[in-house]
Write a protein that binds this ligand. Structure first.
Ligand code: ADP
Length: 880
């Protein structure tokens, strides 16, 4: 059998059929009534509403047929669809198109078929309304018209089916949407309030009920103002009206943080987002009653709590960070305690705070308050506060609210101080304390401090104590640092005081020594001077007198030596001795020193074995004068403590970067047990009992001088065999300073010339000495005055050839007098020679700077003095 080809629009037709959404739907009485009516009307056993699907005929209604569907075979209904026209087959067996069709040959043995097309609204033939008989029959035009009318009814039913299916779908969707909305609103984790344009609440969800404490019934129908604090509620109606009028929104369509009012009267922070409900397809507008707004309120309490927690953590971290990084500045600027107190108040939101250090007191513990919030209320309490915060006052009561913390080492917490039995009574006027928290600051098991806070907005609890733990530990650390730095500061201060005292003592010692030396030198000058005059006088002395004079001179020199050495030692000890280190050629220095020491050696019968200049050609870094002093000391000792016909050897030997200079003798030697007493000032190791003159200061001074020149000194000795003293000094480079040869004094007699000499001297013995000296010299007219004032007067009226000026005079000093003489044109040219008992380096330097021609120290070396006077007078002669 050949199948009828599908029309070109078959796919559109099938789409239209599909859109009906009717295939395989259950039986519908409306269609069934129609097929029954058709069967009745045409008196046919079978009537069908057939829908022609792509592969089958599906019967929406079948009267007189049991099968639900038959394959699409191109016959009968398919032909109606393909031809889009009614088909009437009065006798199938007689019609060659259908005579062999299965439905004709087999059951239901169809002989008659009349089918009218069923069209969709857009004209596609979707199926048929057909009547079928098992016997052939005629089907006139009238019957055809009636079948057509019935088919039109079937088409209406098809459209009705479609619409009701659409309606059902829409209803389903609406219901689903509504259910979704309800679910959303009810389960939302935010408050939802729907209001109309007059501000009346239409709906609230459960969240609003929980958040604001109202039931839905208490809110619906009432103005939404009741959910707002006063400041927002007053303007809300006007705002809504203005928005409805102008469309200008402050909140609607936006969101902002506001406060909602709880039924119990407190404010709840919320984020409010309001949007207007615009029905689908409609634009906003219309009467206020018809407008709708939905407000979504997000509870910010949790978020704010988190924010606050974060802020507190941040503040705590900041405090800890500053405390640990800035501690030095905080402690040294004395702001540590105030900083900690302030931090405490801020971190805990407390009105009052104090922090203190625990100190031992009478065998128990006391609290020294380091910083405290001022809570004074009267003059008396202000004074107390001042004492407390200055750390002046100790708190000792272990039973007080503070004492339980600093003495008991316990956290004390009370949120109702008025009723707390531990609290005690506050003095009248004292600000009320409601809440109190005291925390001990513990370091390695010991309470070293405490802090206390009072009157926070919220109650204190153990969680706060735990949260403050890092702060408390930092306080412990800072208190320890504070104590360490304080101890260090006190130690440094004590050191400074001790150093100042030592410096003052040293200064006093230096001053004492220098004045002592001055006081001793003045009479010594007279003693030595007269003795020398006696020795060199015109009248010869008897042998006995000469011996006595010699004794006076020797003892005087000994005393002078002692004074000089003691003074040097004192200067070194007080740090006032300066050395100027420069390269010194040792060969020349040894030769020069030997010249001055040789007379002593000859006198004692000791052989001096000195190296030639070439042997000791090295140069050392040393102070010329002081090195000479060291050599003289060691050589003179080697000579003094020798044996008859003994010998002394001097040698030089480089040792690394140093030169070792040794002075060896084969004298009496030193007992090993006494070696460690060498170099002690005034310790003569028993020699004071013997006849060898000495002071016991020489070696002590020698060692100090060597050390001052960055050298080292040592000794080895065998009693009865001799000693070897050595010292080492740094070797210098090649440059060597040659000792300056003192110019030989011109020896010219001035005996015949008459020179006027003015001597300003207050000591009568020294005045007499001078007049004796000038008598010996001859050719001079000496005039002595006891004060500078008299001297200046005399010099101005008759300028002398030379002025001998003592420095330490009653009234005006020699220095002041020199300045006046130098400024006076009458006396400016007169040479002034300072003759003073002050022998310090400073005195000599000042004298040179002041313009004296020279500065000679008492006791005078008379030959040297005479030579210098002659030299000055002769220089004056030549300059005339
Ligand atoms: P002084 O020679 O004025 O007594 P010193 O300080 O120079 O003082 O010497 C201290 C002591 O050391 C001397 O008194 C002497 O007993 C001892 N002494 C110093 N040099 C020698 C030496 N070369 N041989 C033996 N004893 C010496």
């Amino acid at each position: 059998m050949q199948l009828v080809p599908f029309a070109e629009t078959e796919s559109d037709r099938l789409a239209a059929l599909c859109a009906l959404d009717i295939l395989d739907t259950p039986a519908d009485p409306a269609f069934d009534n129609l097929t029954r009516l058709a069967a009745d009307l045409f008196d046919a056993p079978i009537a069908l509403v057939t829908l022609v699907d792509s592969e089958r005929h599906w019967f929406k209604s079948r009267h007189g047929l049991s099968v639900v569907q038959t394959p699409r075979d191109g016959a009968f209904c398919s032909r109606v669809v393909d031809s889009s026209a009614m088909l009437v087959v009065e006798d199938a067996l007689a019609d060659p198109r259908f005579a062999r069709h299965a439905l004709v040959v087999n059951e239901p043995k169809l002989r008659f078929y009349a089918g009218a097309p069923l069209r969709s609204e857009d004209g596609h033939v979707l199926g048929t309304l057909c009547v079928i008989d098992r016997a052939p029959r005629t089907f006139d035009a009238h019957a055809r018209t009636r079948l057509g009318l019935l088919a039109t009814q079937a088409e209406h039913l098809l459209r009705l089916h479609r619409r009701s299916a659409q309606l059902a779908e829409e209803t389903r969707k609406t219901l689903a949407g509504k259910a979704r909305y309800q679910a959303l609103v009810e389960s939302a984790a935010a408050g939802i309030v729907r209001i109309d344009g007059l501000g009346r609440v239409r709906e609230v969800n459960r969240y609003v009920e929980q958040m604001l404490g109202y039931t839905s019934d208490e809110l619906v129908g009432h103005n939404v103002r009741m959910l707002m604090p006063q400041r927002w509620a007053v303007g809300h109606d006007d705002y809504l009206a203005a928005y409805i009028r102008s469309g200008e929104a402050r909140v609607i369509g936006k969101g902002r943080e506001v406060q909602a009012l709880h039924r119990d009267g407190y404010a709840v922070p919320v984020q409010l987002a309001v949007s207007e409900v615009t029905p689908e397809g409609a634009s906003a507008g219309g009467e206020a009653e018809e407008r709708e707004f939905i407000g979504i309120l997000t509870d910010l309490r949790d978020i704010n709590a988190v924010r606050q927690r974060q802020a507190r953590e941040h503040a705590l971290l900041k405090v800890l960070h500053r405390g640990l990084t800035d501690y030095h500045a905080l402690i040294s600027q004395n702001t540590l305690w105030t900083f900690l107190k302030q931090a405490l108040r801020q971190l805990t939101g407390s009105q009052y705070a104090l922090i203190g250090e625990v100190v031992p007191h009478d065998g128990s513990k006391a609290l020294r308050i380091r910083a405290i919030t001022d809570l004074s209320w009267s003059d008396e309490s202000r004074a107390l506060m001042k004492r407390l915060s200055s750390g002046d006052m100790m708190l000792t009561n272990p039973e007080s609210m503070l004492g339980r913390v600093f003495a008991g080492g316990k956290v004390v917490l009370s949120n109702d101080m008025a009723k707390d039995p531990r609290g005690g009574r506050l003095p009248p006027g004292h600000p009320a304390l409601e809440r109190y928290l005291g925390v001990p600051i513990i370091d390695r098991g010991e309470v070293i401090g405490m802090y206390a806070i009072a009157n926070a907005d919220t109650p204190y609890d153990d969680a706060l104590v735990a949260w403050l733990e890092p702060f408390t530990s930092t306080c412990a650390l800072l208190i320890n640092l504070y104590r360490q730095l304080d101890a260090q500061r006190r130690f440094t201060e004590e050191l400074r005081i001790a150093r100042d005292q030592a410096e003052r003592a040293s200064q006093a010692k230096t001053e004492f020594l220098s004045s002592m030396s001055h006081e001793l030198r003045t009479p010594l000058n007279a003693i030595l001077g007269f003795a020398q005059l006696l020795q060199s006088g015109r009248q010869p002395l008897s042998e006995r007198q000469a011996r006595q004079a010699e004794h006076i001179v020797r003892s005087g020199r000994h005393l002078l030596n002692l004074i000089n050495e003691v003074l040097d030692l004192a200067r070194i000890e007080s740090g006032h001795m300066q050395v100027s280190l420069e390269p010194i050629g040792l060969g020349e220095l040894i030769a020069e020193t030997a010249d001055s020491i040789r007379p002593l050696a000859e006198q004692q019968g000791i052989t001096l074995n000195l190296p030639g200049v070439q042997v000791c050609a090295s140069a050392v870094l040393a102070d010329y004068t002081r090195l000479r002093q060291v050599l003289i000391n060691l050589l003179s000792n080697a000579i003094k403590y020798n044996r008859p016909q003994g010998a002394v050897w001097l040698s030089c030997e480089p040792r690394g970067a140093r030169l070792r200079i040794s002075v060896r003798d084969n004298g009496i030697g030193i007992a090993p047990g006494k070696l460690d007493q060498l170099f002690q000032p005034f310790n003569r190791l028993g020699a004071e009992a013997g006849s060898i003159e000495g002071t016991g200061v020489g070696l002590a001074l020698t060692r100090k001088l060597v050390q001052l020149m960055q050298g080292e000194i040592g000794v080895s000795s065998v009693p009865g065999e001799g000693s070897e003293f050595w010292f080492e000094l740094p070797l210098a480079g090649a440059r060597v300073v040659a000792p300056v040869e003192a110019p030989a004094a011109p020896v010219r007699t001035t005996a015949d010339a008459c020179h006027r000499i003015l001597c300003i001297e207050d000591n009568p013995a020294n005045q007499r000495l001078m007049s004796d000296v000038f008598e010996e010299i001859g050719g001079c007219e000496l005039n002595c005055v006891p004060s500078a004032e008299l001297g200046i007067e005399l010099a101005s009226s008759a300028p002398p050839h030379l002025i001998l000026m003592d420095i330490d005079l009653p009234g005006m000093s020699g220095f002041q007098a020199q300045r006046i003489l130098a400024r006076n044109p009458l006396t400016a040219h007169v040479p002034v020679l300072a003759v003073s008992a002050g022998a310090s380096a400073g005195d000599i330097r000042r004298a040179r700077e002041a313009g004296f021609v020279d500065y000679l120290t008492k006791p005078l070396d008379l030959p040297a003095f005479v030579a210098r006077v002659r030299q000055i007078l002769e220089a004056g002669e030549t300059s005339k």
